[in-house]
Design a binder for this molecule. Structure first.
Ligand code: BES
Ligand code: MN
Ligand code: ZN
Length: 496
């Protein structure tokens, strides 16, 4: 799909579908926004049709009609933007994402879009939304991956921005969306394709393309570094674990930049190990690498979004399987910082791989760490599908992440690191246990990770409920969501 910008009016373009907009509207009032001009071309019939349809200009509501030669476009889609003074970045994305899929589903190949203004950021969000909303994973559909018949070939965005500025905005929006698409693809790929070794190969290829520093630890190096936890989790699989690091360093003019560690849980398949999962629970466990996918995907867009910080992307990749080599309940592991861990459940493996990965990341000299993990079913029980649970030992860090997630439209809710629950993970024969019982399961998992935060400002994002979706929602498809990529990019793009 091509997205181009043209100065002038979208209403003159001979396309299959024109997307125009209306702010909040009441039947009987004159139409507003781009819809007003189309209404004039249609002799007031558009307003009548919208009124019949109950259209009120509510955010992301759409109305589509053919125009039988009365407008340059063959069809007109009116998208609601709500109150003009209350429009948000995510409101824009939801509206234009919905409008673009409406055009696609009507069979349009060429589309023109008129926007409420010509601001750089508005163009970024519309381009981003168009790509996010039209994403599909169809590599394995049909014999040779026959693509869907309905696909938009070109979108022309119009307005009065300068061509150079608009082109830059489109490039930025599309870079962000393509990072999200990479994360979605990686999550959607089965565990037979994405394993710790193939994930590492891809990470290395990306590091080479982007000019990032790259390091990969195999079990031999893990052993030397005292990483007993990630090693144990990886032992049951025929494919060995990998600890992966990609480091982005900004150009010379970095000013007041920080050094930030992003750490992703990347269990390429989670059977539960000997504490094996039942059928239902194992069904979607190819998505247990979503944290790692988010970290890798975020790294690919750092240049395009002009990140001024040094970013270490660390991915703890292992496959949690069963074999004669696998670790067992009762085993006692020693993590890279010397903390000993009693394994109560081999299914609480995410916190184990993260333990070593957090200590390793702290050793890179970062000033703060953010980990992302499909860590607990308890986070899904607490917040429901689609929400991310945030835990942090630092209020300023937590507030910055919440602001970034709100801007991204990725719902995130801060949960407590309840000190009294520490006793639930206190070890009997080792320092700590890897499970803390039923009560506060997402919290005790976070408390476990805190033992490996090495005194740094640290935040933990439990994405068990938000990484994978059983139904499409807004501009997010069914399956891998690519969650937190845009939150992280917003976070990293923000001033220090
Ligand atoms: N990968 C799972 C958590 C998960 C559950 C992710 C549902 C996505 C959807 C994790 O490794 C796990 O199995 N957690 C256990 C921990 C328990 C054994 C303490 C859980 O949540 O049941
Ligand atoms: Mn598990
Ligand atoms: Zn897991």
């Amino acid at each position: 799909m091509e997205i181009v910008y043209r100065t002038g009016s979208a209403h003159e373009l001979a396309v299959d579908a024109l997307i125009t907009f209306s702010h909040s509207w009441k039947a009987g009032d004159p139409l507003n926004g781009g819809a007003a001009a189309i209404d004039a071309e249609l002799d007031g019939e558009l307003a009548t049709l919208l009124a019949d349809n109950g259209f009120t200009g509510k955010g992301a509501s759409t109305f589509i009609t053919p125009t039988f030669g009365k407008t340059a476009a063959r069809r007109v889609i009116v998208v609601g933007l709500g109150d003009a003074d209350a429009i948000t970045e995510d409101g824009l994305r939801l509206a234009y994402g919905t409008a673009v899929t409406t055009a696609r589903d009507a069979g349009a190949k060429s589309v023109a879009a008129s926007l409420p203004n010509s601001k750089f950021n508005t163009i970024v969000q519309v381009a981003e939304a168009a790509d996010l909303a039209t994403y599909r994973f169809e590599k394995y559909v049909g014999a040779a991956g026959t693509p869907s018949t309905k696909a938009i070939e070109s979108i022309t965005i119009t307005g009065d921005a300068t061509q150079a500025e608009a082109d830059a905005a489109i490039t930025e929006g599309r870079s962000v969306a393509s990072a999200v698409a990479l994360a979605r693809d990686l999550v959607n790929e089965p565990g037979s394709v994405i394993n710790p070794v193939t994930f590492a190969e891809l990470a290395q290829q990306i590091a080479d393309e982007q000019g990032f520093e790259y390091e990969e630890l195999t079990p031999v190096e893990m052993e030397a570094a005292g990483m007993g936890a990630i090693q144990a989790v990886g032992k049951g699989s025929a494919i060995p674990p990998r600890l992966i690091r990609l480091t982005y360093r900004p150009g010379h003019d970095a000013g007041d930049s920080r050094s930030i560690g992003l750490v992703g849980k990347c269990i390429t398949f989670d059977t539960g190990g000997y504490s094996i999962k039942p059928y239902e629970g194992m069904l979607t466990m190819k998505n247990d690498m979503s944290g790692g996918a988010a970290v890798l995907a975020t790294m690919t867009a750092l240049k395009a979004t002009g990140c001024r910080h040094t970013v270490h992307g660390v991915i703890a990749a292992a496959e949690n399987m069963i074999s004669g080599e696998a670790f067992r309940p009762g085993d006692i592991l020693t993590a890279a910082n010397g903390v000993t861990i009693e394994v109560l459940s081999t299914d609480a493996e995410g916190r184990l791989v993260l333990a070593d990965a957090l200590v390793y990341t702290a050793k890179q000299g970062v000033e703060e760490m953010i980990d992302l993990a499909t860590l607990t079913g308890a986070a899904v029980v607490a917040l429901g599908d689609g929400s991310t649970a945030l835990f942090s030992n630092n209020d300023a860090l937590a507030d910055r992440i919440l602001a970034a997630s709100e801007q991204a439209g990725e719902f995130t809710w801060r949960m407590p690191l309840t000190p009294s629950l520490e006793q639930q993970i206190k070890g009997d024969v080792g320092d700590i246990k890897n499970t803390g019982g039923r009560g506060g399961g997402a919290i005790t998992a976070a408390l476990f990770l805190q033992h490996f935060s090495e005194g740094l400002p640290w935040a933990h994002l439990d994405i068990a409920g938000s990484a994978f979706s059983t139904k499409a929602n807004g501009y997010n498809p069914k399956g891998g969501v690519g969650v937190m990529v845009r939150t992280l990019l917003n976070y990293l793009a923000a001033e220090a």
